[in-house]
Design a protein around this ligand. Sequence first.
Ligand code: G1P
Length: 297
Amino acid sequence: MKRKVTKAIFPVAGLGTRFLPATKSVPKEIMTLVDRPLVQYAIDEARAAGIKEFIFVTAKGKSALEDYFDTAPELESSLKKSGKTDLLETLRSTYMDSGAIAYIRQHKALGLGHAVWCARRFIGNEPFAVMLPDDVIAAEKPCLQQMVEAYEETGGSMVAAMEVPRDKVSYYGVLDVKEDHGKHVSVSGMVEKPKAEDAPSNLAVIGRYILSPKVMSNLGKIKQGANGEVQLTDAIAAEIEQGRDVFGYRFDGTRFDCGSKAGFLQATVSFGLSRDDLRDELADYLDQLYAHRRAAQ
Ligand code: G1P
């Protein structure tokens, strides 16, 4: 019998150096896409997929993240007094149930695999999700929910996957495809950040995973991999060697790489244009901007 996926790990210990100087005092995951921090998008997606326990792997300097999920009684009573009920709703949507959220610190930056392994005591012997908040996915049905539904059919372990240009494969974990079933593929191997010429395909891993608890035990045993770090990809690849099923899932939706400045800006424009309260003003501005650009060419 397949167990339900109710726990998710959010690795948020990274230094976010690509966003310096902002990340000197603001954790990257608190940076806002329109008016919500990146991490809120990940939490909402997890909730939609049925996740009940949220485990954050943090690091020194990330306490703003913990504060973000606290209640805000003063703010609440001031909004109540001034009758701002919609803002009150927005505020309450960020609250987490007591005991539903846990934080564990990664004391050394030893890689994504190590960060996930730090949460092992919260996982026990259950399948679990991993979500990387840098990967923001706009989709009609949230990506993790699509995956949970697919996983109920396949079991095993599953990673979100997307075709990327060949010259970009070295930024990703890349799948060696055994059988291609369209939406999902079965996987015969996975390699982290291969050179373009060595990559088994251009089907890349995107930051959503549903993993068997065995992956957690593999993480405790594997050696350092690409970039001298403990790689989650390697622990999943070990699953395949041990004879267990691993699948890639081609999700429906648009993925933004909010770990990069260009990706963050693209997400900001796209999410802005999808909002009723911002669409017209933003679209007008973009039209003007293009008109100026064309005139100047
Ligand atoms: C991580 C994973 C990689 C995956 C990527 C997706 O890499 O290690 O396998 O393809 O996320 O965003 P990072 O972006 O942390 O270097």
